[in-house]
Every structure is written in structure tokens, then in C-alpha cells.
Design a binder for this molecule. Sequence first.
Ligand SMILES: Cc1cc2nc3c(=O)[nH]c(=O)nc-3n(C[C@H](O)[C@H](O)[C@H](O)COP(=O)(O)OP(=O)(O)OC[C@H]3O[C@@H](n4cnc5c(N)ncnc54)[C@H](O)[C@@H]3O)c2cc1C
Length: 415
Amino acid sequence: MIDAVATIGAGQAAAVAVRTMRRAGFDGRIEMIGDEPDRPYQRPPLSKEYLASGDDEGLFLLPERWCEENDVRLRLGQPAVRISAADAGVELADGTLVAADAVLIATGGRPRRLPVAAGARICYLRTIADSDRLRSHLRPGARLIVVGGGFIGSEVAATAHGLGCQVTVVEALAAPLLPVLGPVVGAACARLHQAHGVDLRLAESVAEVSESAAGVVVTTGSGARIEGDVLVAGIGCQPNVEVAARSGLAVGNGVIVDEHCRTSIPNVLAAGDIANHWHPLFGERMRVEHFDNASKQAAAAARSLLGRGGPYADPHWFWSDQYDVNLQYAGHANGADELVVRGSLDDLDFCAFYLRDGLLRAAFGVDRGAEVMAAKELIAGQVRVPAGVLADEDADLAELAEAALLDESLEEELA
Ligand SMILES: Cc1cc2nc3c(=O)[nH]c(=O)nc-3n(C[C@H](O)[C@H](O)[C@H](O)COP(=O)(O)OP(=O)(O)OC[C@H]3O[C@@H](n4cnc5c(N)ncnc54)[C@H](O)[C@@H]3O)c2cc1C
């Protein structure tokens, strides 16, 4: 029987876990421990609408009133140091012990840093403060250098372009998003930037960064010199494992959890960007850094804490908004051996399907949300769909998924 729960981290995953516990009728004590000064908030707008405008409408996750009515105590600006099993609680940096008989670790990650000194013109993007700082540089005509053509780098490039900045993206690989999307679809994403006049330097490393009062200069591995007013690095995220490691939990590219979000210590769970979880559908461990996973996995962890959970086997889904298009991805393409494209890569109007041994593993679409969502159902149901059907614009994937799931439930009923 659990009487008191503490979350370490007060971001997306923690907020959803807490909401889920209260909705499920948990009436014990709940405390959220967050090292940031802000109330729980969502990060996706920080590279999109919020970066562009500074408008925080819809940014925050748990209104003050909700916390009061639901008796959720927020301890903000207070880093947790370790979980103490002996003292049955969480120790904070100021020495306070927050009593808890169950703990959710939801500490997320922090941006990987370039091996250069922090300077006024060198930015990273994870927090509200980071987004505010970057925005202050993004005036029309400002020259922005984006290091890294992943999702965050690509989104910032698009937002800055929309604000009238001159944008150069330096990407070490041969295409943006190459590890996730592969070379063919990655090349289509390169065209998306190029079509908007963004200077995309592919297969270019950053050899040196120098900053002065006048600007910032990047020297690339091939010797090119790129001058800018501000630089933002989006070169990946490092999981915040320190509290878990100090508490004796198994860590390794995040906190190791099973399909019920359980760590190596009883009554300590982890969810969100920090959780290196066993995925029963894909049969491998993974750590993903997406909003939808942070929410769904946190809800699964909350149910698991209350003893009501099934395994967390969502195929994963995320979106990205860049320029005037919406990109969506579902599944996990690792080991894919076949790519099937519906629509036109050249026209940036397509849905790409990634198959392994003939089975759909992942889908990525540009302004094709409905197809990606249908593909997600097909992936979850492990429904085999011939390549010709996937490529056929007239084949209704949602209908296919519905029919397959109906067959499955009929089979279960008849079994
Ligand atoms: C700029 C940006 C744009 C994004 N856009 C998208 C998008 O378009 N689509 C999408 O699917 N995903 C997007 N994401 C990813 C998504 O926001 C994350 O997956 C999600 O925030 C993860 O939630 P989390 O709770 O695991 O971690 P977080 O939201 O990072 O929360 C973790 C919290 O724990 C705190 N913490 C860490 N250590 C301690 C400690 N010792 N004590 C107390 N607190 C601690 C952290 O400071 C942080 O506040 C974006 C992320 C960023 C940064």
C-alpha cells in the first residue's frame, strides 16, 4: 500500500503521472520536486510558437488551482540529490528529506554541449529561459548558425527563418535526420530547408567556434568560415541520470526500466526522456525523447505504481512543425530493410513506410498525419500489409487497420 509519492522532475512526464494518479483515485500525498523555477510546462513550443512570439498561452501543464484542489505540492527550484531507501524519502540539495514510499524518476535530459566556452552568443535549447535567450537574438536580418540538423535544429531553423533571420545549418551527416529517416527521406527533408532559402551545409563538422563582441565564427572541418550573430547547438540530449546513479539504480543510456516502468529498486519507477525501457513490441531496449512517449509512459508508470498497469507497448509517435508543414513519425525503423513511398518525395507530399522482413515497423509523413496514425495502428497490431497497398494512394490504411483489429478481437472472442 502506497501512502506518499514523490516525483523527481516536474516536467511533462511527472505532470502526466500525477494527473493520472489523482484521476485513478489515489488519495495519498503527492509531491513534485523540480529543479527549474517554473511550474510544469511543455517543451515543444519552445522551438516553435513560443520561440517565435514569447506567448506562453497553453505552455503550462498543471494550473495552480488544479494543484490546490488536488492537493499536489510543488517544490520548485529544488534539485533532488538522491533517493534514500533507509530514510524512505528523497533528499534535496538543501538537506530536506521529502518522505515518500514510492518515487517516479522523470528527470528528462539536458542538451549536449559543444566543446567551446559558454558565451553570450552561444545558445542551447531546453528550457523557457533558453528559448527567451535565443529569441532575444532572432531579429530580422540576424545571422543564425544552427549546429545540428536534427529535429530541434531543424525547427529552430524554420522558426528563425519565419522571423526573417538568415539561417545556416551545419550538419555532420549527409542529410538532416539521417539516423531516424535514412538517406532517401533525409534528402527530402534537406530540400525542405533549401526550398526556404536556408543555407544547409551537409557532411560538415564544426572544427572551431570563436566568439567576439561582433559575432560568432564557425570554421568547419572542410575549412569553410561561417559568420553569424548567434549560434544555437542542437546536437542531442544527455539523460539526467545523476540522481538515479547516486541512488544505486541500474543506469546506462538513461535509467533502466522494464515494460512496467519499474527500475531495479522496488517502488521506484522512471518515465519519459530518462527511461531506457524494454519495448515488448519491438523486442529491444530504447530511450526516446518525445512528448507523446513522456505522456503515455508516465500514465503507464502511474498505473503501474497503483498496481493497475499492463505493459507499456505503445509504438511511439511524434510530430515536428517546420516552415509550413507538419511532420509525423510513428514506430521504430531500426533494422528496416525496405522503404516504400506513397506520394511524391520531390513535391514533399508523401508518407514513407519502413519495413523489416515484410512487416511494417515505422512510418514518416509530411502533412500526412492520418496515414501515419493509421500506420501506427498497423504497427501496433503487427498487421502485414503488402508494399503495393502501402504505396497505393487509394488504399485506405485506416480502414485496413480497423478491419485487422476487428478480426483480431473476433479471433479472441472465438478462441
Ligand atoms: C525545444 C524542444 C522542442 C521539442 N519539440 C517536440 C516536438 O515537437 N514533438 C515531440 O514529440 N517532442 C518534442 N520535444 C521533446 C519533449 O518535450 C520531451 O520528450 C519531453 O519534455 C520529455 O518529458 P520529461 O518529463 O521526460 O522531461 P522534461 O520535460 O525535460 O522534464 C524533466 C524535468 O526534471 C528536472 N530535473 C532534472 N534533474 C532534476 C533533479 N535532480 N531534481 C529535480 N528536478 C530535476 C529537469 O530540469 C526538468 O525540469 C521537444 C523538446 C525540446 C527541448
